[in-house]
Design a binder for this molecule. Structure first.
Ligand code: ZN
Length: 239
């Protein structure tokens, strides 16, 4: 039953309409379908984290992060601060909870025959490979960082922890929100391309970022609009 749900989710990712249907996880589904308020989000996050300490342990092993409760509270909630977009929130939520299906899990569940990366076809498709080590994703992220430089300075030597889990140490809230939003958009775009078996292009990523900017620039939420200000000249000029 749950295998069919995951398979259906992969099939239903719609790159044109930026839509996802049939989420395999009840909480993700809930977040995706409703404009939930702060208190509900915190409750869900808190409860779910307590039940899934193994995920945190796994990240700590792979990325050499720590058990620091404060750090994980920031990681769990930074997406909520970064963007109002429910699809981006759901995507990052699944990634942090390690419930976003990649080929390594799909092979394990018997849904796919091999676990090789759909983009480069060279390595096993773990989260770390797909979003950090894959040469195709790496080039895309480097191009994105370069596009906004020097209007927005994103650390050139990106470490996997920041790419995967987000930037938790930037003192300026608007800058942190902007960088985290751009990283989530880029990862989401990479993931959608991988699911559709197409190679991501930088031109298409630029369009995706511009689309999110257009959706958020007139938001009623002050922080959501403000964060885009440093890179507005670049986005406005891009057609
Ligand atoms: Zn790859």
């Amino acid at each position: 039953m749950w295998k069919n749900e995951i398979a259906r989710e992969i099939e239903n990712i719609d790159i044109i309409n930026l839509d996802t249907h049939g989420n395999s996880n009840m909480i993700s589904h809930f977040i995706n379908q409703f404009k939930i308020c702060n208190s509900v989000y915190w409750c869900l996050n808190k409860g779910y984290t307590q039940q899934n300490k193994n995920n945190i342990r796994k990240w700590n092993e792979i990325l050499h992060t720590t058990e620091d409760k404060g750090l994980w509270e920031k990681i769990n909630t930074l997406t909520f601060h970064a963007t109002l977009d429910s699809k981006l929130r759901t995507f990052q939520y699944k990634l942090v909870r390690r419930i976003l299906p990649t080929n390594i899990q799909l092979k394990l569940y018997g849904i796919k025959e091999n676990d090789v990366c759909d983009l480069c076809r060279n390595e096993i498709e773990t989260y770390e490979h797909l979003f950090c080590d894959c040469e195709i994703s790496g080039q895309l992220i480097a191009d994105m960082v370069q596009w906004f430089h020097p209007y927005l300075v994103i650390q050139q030597n990106l470490i996997p922890k920041k790419i995967l889990l987000g930037y938790t140490e930037i003192p300026c809230l608007d800058t942190a929100n902007l960088i985290n939003t751009l990283m989530i958009i880029t990862k989401y775009f990479i993931y959608k391309c991988k699911c559709k078996n197409i190679l991501p292009t930088f031109r298409q990523l630029k369009l995706e970022i511009k689309l999110k900017y257009l959706l958020e620039k007139d938001s009623h939420h002050f922080r959501t609009r403000e964060k885009w200000k440093p890179i507005e000249p670049i986005l406005t000029a891009f057609e």
